[in-house]
Design a protein around this ligand. Sequence first.
Ligand SMILES: Nc1ncnc2c1ncn2[C@@H]1O[C@H](COP(=O)(O)OP(=O)(O)O)[C@@H](O)[C@H]1O
Ligand SMILES: [Mg+2]
Length: 353
Amino acid sequence: MLEEKMDQVEEERPAPLGIKLGSTRTIVAESQEEGVKTHDTLTCLATYEDVLTGDQRIIYGEEAAYEYPDEVQFMLRTGLPEDETQAEATAMFFDSVVKATNTPSDSVVVYAIPAINNERGLSNLAEVLEESGVGEHLIRSYPESLCGSVPVFGDELDAIGRIFIAINFGSTNLGACVYRRGEQLSRFATGAIAGNEVDRWIANYVEEETQGRVNIDQTTAREYKEQHGDFNNFEPFTDIIQQPGGGTHEYTIERSVMDALDRYVDDAIDEIANTFLPQLANDYMKVYKHTLQEPIVLTGGMACIPGLVETFEERLSKELEHDIVVKAPDDPVTAAARGAHRIAERFVEEGRY
Ligand SMILES: Nc1ncnc2c1ncn2[C@@H]1O[C@H](COP(=O)(O)OP(=O)(O)O)[C@@H](O)[C@H]1O
Ligand SMILES: [Mg+2]
């Protein structure tokens, strides 16, 4: 009898959700019978006319990117909705995702949001999220690199009680800060070192490597990076393009992908060692000394590249002449949403909604 009652109480609790609306991918993390399930989709949208009714219809995600490569819109290209049009597109996109994944409105939602100093963009994003209908009970947001660090420090929320340096390797920028019990200190960000930049470099290097014969678009460059980028054992690969005059041209890529990735890591080391860390030392000398003895956490999708974390650790240790330990979550693409989900679970468990 009592057990039955407890079960009922259990059932009436709102569902905890962790959501990351990223400029490349959107991830929703939700509880299932055992553990957590994640949905992911490209953050993009295309519209087309229904040939039967003449109505405008929306498709999003991978389908939109592959079926409408010329019209598809990645509305969060800069990381946040910059204006009214982007905010509307984001709302349409997010609406479609919520419907397609059956995301419950009876929920406690934690959003992992970019730590970008952009009031307008952040308030546009907040508005989109508040109007989406999910998170009836509670909506909170935390920086994505804090959320992404949660899975690195065990199964609970230890990340929120610690002090450590977190570096986020995202699509649109590189961000760094210290988290002290969840508070950000000495925040630093630069858009010059970013996954999207790497894609641009790859496209340029491919043109050089093929003596101007091959021009690839950003999506193809991103796929080369995601499928072939590997600091441990990169293998040259071949691809084929259609020639403008007809026929096909097959080419092999030996250097372009890894040259771009090498440059990325070197530039990141340079910014961290010569800008962020001196700034931190200047602002908080004791915190600086202490956090260099602790693991540095790397979050963001670029941390997926095999060997990148170890390469970064090695080069940073060398640059600082000090042994640094660098850690990343097991699955960097979903880590922020999983961490956000864990925070949402905590709110539900403690009845804070
Ligand atoms: N498996 C992968 N291998 C290599 N790079 C990846 C992989 N998955 C994602 N990325 C890259 O990580 C970046 C996205 O990082 P993420 O932290 O999700 O971005 P944001 O928060 O900026 O939207 C993109 O440049 C993407 O190409
Ligand atoms: Mg990001």
